[in-house]
Design a binder for this molecule. Structure first.
Ligand code: SF4
Length: 377
């Protein structure tokens, strides 16, 4: 079944490390944007079955519950959205109240994903986030009180000045709240990020690489002990609570993206909408072409995608499915170069799957490059 993604590009302030497609909130632009989204969704209507809908951003929780409700309704009319579809809203802790969360729930949202990033106020301030650790805890409690029984929290590790002990405080803070799902990403600071200047000015540094590896391994170890099951390099969940939407990206699935900069992949074709919010609004409102980059993926690209994303999952690459779909025996083609990773305990291969061990996940990029090197020949 299809996954549906809706991009909401508005934020109350721009965080100093952020490289997403977003801009400052403007209520007039937001209203025109929502109208454009409804037009785009209706134009794509084909009644196809879908079982996930994900509002990502940006900060989707800046929309009003009625606006979120209108978009969900448009998706229901345009596609055969399953009755038990997973419908997620990304939210920033400072944007929610119990009444707003209850409104989102009444509108059809059944999963909330909070961008918490850290449970230490000084780290949040260094990242120029608007919320405090206490506010994140309050937002979580409000979501529970509003009836949400499927909540995800995001944390980021390897923050400026963060030690392993600091990082584990945040992991413990997350475990203490008890969400159903957690994402833990390594902070990547892009070349011109304002955070780089702030780090230089304030003489903040990053912990050594070995500490970053320890953060990753010890954080996941605590999650294991708390009963979470890691299912992807950066994601862990209570049994049965893995993100059904994100699994589509990692398991060779298909999805349609709506809104500025949204990507879609369907029937071997990939496209991306206008990135600029205003260009998107103009084109969608006029009923024009929204895709700026549309192309049919070659068999080689599809295979590489399946291998790259499959290896991100703890379940690994389903080698029989790859053989069936792409006619490629993964071990026959790549085994020669991968054997050393197996010998080092970083990769496991059997006749059903090829998967990274946890230490192997730390070297995922190096291991994945084998797929490119070997297939380019
Ligand atoms: S809230 Fe999220 S999307 Fe918005 S600027 Fe901060 S990191 Fe970027």
């Amino acid at each position: 079944m299809l996954g549906l993604y809706v991009h909401i590009p508005f934020c109350s302030a721009i965080c100093n490390y952020c490289n997403f497609n977003r801009g400052l909130f403007d209520s007039g632009q937001k209203e025109r944007y929502v109208a454009a989204l409804l037009t785009e969704i209706r134009a794509a209507a084909d009644g196809s079955p879908a079982d996930t809908l994900f509002f990502g951003g940006g900060t989707p929780s800046l929309l009003e519950p009625a606006e979120i409700g209108a978009v969900i309704q448009a998706c229901r009319e345009a596609f055969a959205l399953a009755g038990d579809a997973e419908v997620t809203l990304e939210a920033n802790p400072e944007t929610v109240t119990e009444a707003r969360l209850a409104g989102f729930r009444a509108a059809g949202i059944n999963r909330v994903s909070f961008g918490v990033q850290s449970f230490r106020d000084e780290e949040l301030q260094r990242l120029s986030r608007l919320h405090s650790a206490a506010r994140a805890g309050e937002a979580f409690a409000m979501a529970r009180a509003s009836g949400f029984d499927n909540i995800s929290l995001d944390l980021m590790m390897w923050l400026p000045q963060q030690t392993v002990a600091h990082w584990l405080e945040s992991v413990d803070g997350l475990i203490a709240l008890g969400p159903e799902h957690a994402s833990m990403y390594l902070l990547e600071i892009y070349p011109n990020a304002p955070l780089r200047d702030a780090m230089a000015r304030s003489k903040w540094s990053l912990a050594p690489d070995d500490d970053a590896a320890e953060m990753y391994l010890s954080g996941l170890d605590r999650m294991d002990k708390a009963g979470y099951i890691q299912y992807e390099i950066s994601n862990a969940a209570r049994p049965g609570r893995a993100s059904r939407h994100n699994l589509k990206y990692w398991s060779d699935g298909e999805w349609l993206g709506f809104g500025c900069g949204a990507h879609s992949t369907r029937d071997g074709v990939r496209w991306k909408n206008f990135v600029s919010t205003e260009e998107y609004i103009s084109a969608a409102t006029a009923g024009g072409q929204l895709a700026v980059d549309r192309r049919t993926l070659s068999a080689q690209e599809r295979l590489e995608d399946a291998l790259f994303t499959g290896l991100r999952l703890n379940a690994g690459i389903d080698v029989r499915a790859v053989k069936q779909r792409y006619g490629v025996d993964v071990w026959e083609v790549f085994g020669g170069e991968l054997q050393m990773f197996v010998d080092e305990g970083l990769l496991v291969y059997d006749s059903r799957s090829m998967r990274l061990t946890r230490p192997g996940m730390l070297l995922a990029h190096e291991i994945m490059t084998v797929f490119i090197r070997s297939t380019v020949r």
